[in-house]
Design a protein around this ligand. Structure first.
Ligand code: PLP
Length: 516
């Protein structure tokens, strides 16, 4: 393909994508294919000779589209939203066109620097504690106070914990100008946080017992999370060879300080070494919130690293009215959120902020000669901030989308999803055969048919088999729930009504069948 053909085919591709998104509701939400469907449709070997572009695109419709789950479909209510928007798609397009690999500042300075600025924008938009924001805090506070459209002043107040950090010197000059952040998948953020915490604890234990073997030390480390935390915490434990305690939650599906405290005490009595807690703002199961204040205080006292995972709910904090949900965030040593879930940014884009940049860099740095450059002392090299070396130019899609929507537009989008979740909750509450499980705080509604778990299980099976709507289940405190997430970018009141009608009609059949 030469550049003339690329111009033509590129324009056709934009039309194809725009048509796909505009007409998506005409498609069945989930595919009807069986595992292995694709192999017989494709040749056994790669073609020896070039093939015409038209033939390739024809196969997209005949072979690929039948196997697509349409995440942007108005009846897709599974998991959490898969963020997407036109400016974000264009950002990806430009990133692919530039074809850079931004592992270090020198590998493409704009890639690193735009990422740093975007993380600062997001941190301010979400009113993160100042330990995650750039060094010049006086200017930052003043900016947010002066800005009438950004009513963040209350959230920006210095907590006692923040004031301590300002004087204890964790905020270094120069380096903090570059911010304290990086990005990975949410799962990678949790893993990286756990690895940093592990390295930090190992170093401090070595001071106490210089002769202890690595293996012996690692076998004593214990991490804590709740039973409702995302499975990535358990996986991080598998990778880091760390015991992870999955603790019980209370009646509001929240991990409480007392539960953590008891578990830490029991472990210490066994000679184990607690070192890490991962709390969640907006659990995947039911969008519940761990009690960060209680947990944070314990982490401070016991010198445990406190990571907070706000993969989905974090985007809501661009709206002031939802910031009460992040109470206690100032205790966090690290924090992540995924704009690729709920901020109209397409996959992948997870953001990670860390309080102690040195703990991160110490845990993750290797420095072969071929990756070094003359600006390394002054510049940020994100290769030291995560597992992967090579990095895409993800900041472009953040920059395009935030600028094209404006913070006001993004807030409107988040608020609409939350309003629609309330509309859907209202519809369910009018039908007394259903019950709502947990609180509807953002864009997720968890519900079930009153009765046995099996009944709701049957309902969900029948709904998903129909291909008319797609949702996934979860289990909270042994109760089977159906999760309804408002996902579509342009979801409407009518979409809530249509979804409810489908659910109600299947519930009628399932209940009839169950009685028979
Ligand atoms: N944490 C939470 C709370 C999530 O909801 C999810 C995914 O839904 C994850 C972590 C994992 O995200 P990722 O796919 O970016 O690793």
């Amino acid at each position: 393909m030469d550049s003339d053909e690329f111009r033509r085919r590129g324009k056709e591709m934009v039309d194809y994508i725009a048509d796909y998104i505009t007409n998506i509701s005409a498609r069945r939400v989930t595919p009807e294919v069986e595992p292995g469907y694709l192999r017989p449709m494709l040749p056994k070997n790669a073609p020896d000779e070039p093939e015409p572009w038209d033939d390739i695109m024809k196969d997209v419709e005949t072979a690929i589209m039948p196997g697509i789950t349409h995440w942007q479909h108005p009846r897709f209510h599974a998991y959490f939203p898969a963020g997407n928007s036109y400016p974000s798609i264009l950002g990806e397009m430009l990133s692919a066109g530039l074809g850079i690999v931004g592992f270090s500042w020198a590998a493409s300075p704009a890639c690193t620097e735009l990422e740093t600025v975007m993380l600062d924008w997001l941190g301010r938009m979400m009113a993160l504690p100042k330990v995650f924001l750039p060094f010049d805090i006086n200017r930052d506070y003043k900016d947010s106070d002066d800005d009438e459209t950004n009513s963040d002043s209350e959230s920006y107040e210095l907590s006692d914990v923040d004031k301590d950090d300002t004087v204890d010197g964790t905020v270094e000059d120069g380096l903090m100008m570059n911010g304290k952040k990086s990005r990975h998948k949410a799962s990678e953020c949790v893993l990286v946080a756990m690895l940093c915490a592990r390295a930090k604890k190992v170093a401090s234990q070595r001071l106490i017992d210089p002769h202890i073997e690595d293996g012996q030390l690692l076998s004593k480390l214990v991490a804590y999370t709740s039973k409702l935390a995302h499975s990535c915490v358990e996986k991080a434990g598998l990778i880091a060879v760390i015991k992870v305690r999955q603790l019980y939650v209370d009646d509001h599906y929240s991990l409480r300080g007392k539960t953590l405290e008891e578990s830490i005490k029991a472990d210490k009595e066994k000679g184990l070494i607690p070192f890490f807690v991962s709390g969640t703002l907006g659990t995947t199961s039911c969008c519940s919130y761990d009690n960060l204040e209680e947990i944070g205080e314990i982490c401070r006292r016991e010198q445990l690293w406190f990571h907070v995972d706000g993969a989905y709910a974090g985007s809501a904090f661009i709206c002031e009215e939802f910031r009460y949900l992040m109470k206690g965030i100032h205790y966090a040593d690290s924090y992540n959120t995924n704009p690729n879930k709920w901020l109209l940014i397409n996959f992948d884009c997870s953001c990670f902020w860390v309080r102690d940049k040195f703990a991160l860099v110490n845990a993750m740095s290797v420095d072969p000669l071929y990756l070094q450059h003359k600006h390394a002392q002054k510049a940020v090299d994100y290769r030291h901030w995560g597992v992967a070396l090579s990095r895409r130019f993800r900041a472009l899609k953040l920059w395009f989308t935030i600028r094209n929507y404006g913070v006001t537009g993004l807030r409107h989008y988040v608020r609409e999803h939350c309003r629609l979740a309330k509309v859907f909750e209202g519809l369910l509450r009018k039908d007394h055969r259903f019950e709502i499980v947990g609180d509807v705080t953002l864009g997720l509604v968890c519900f079930r048919l009153i009765g046995s778990n099996k009944l709701s299980q049957k309902l969900l099976l029948s709904l998903n088999d129909s291909g008319k709507i797609h949702m996934v289940p979860s289990m909270v405190n042994d109760i089977y729930i159906i999760r309804f997430a408002v996902c579509s970018k342009d979801a409407t009141d009518d979409d809530m009504r249509v979804a409810f009608d489908i659910i109600q009609s299947h519930a009628n059949d399932v209940i009839q069948e169950y009685k028979a």
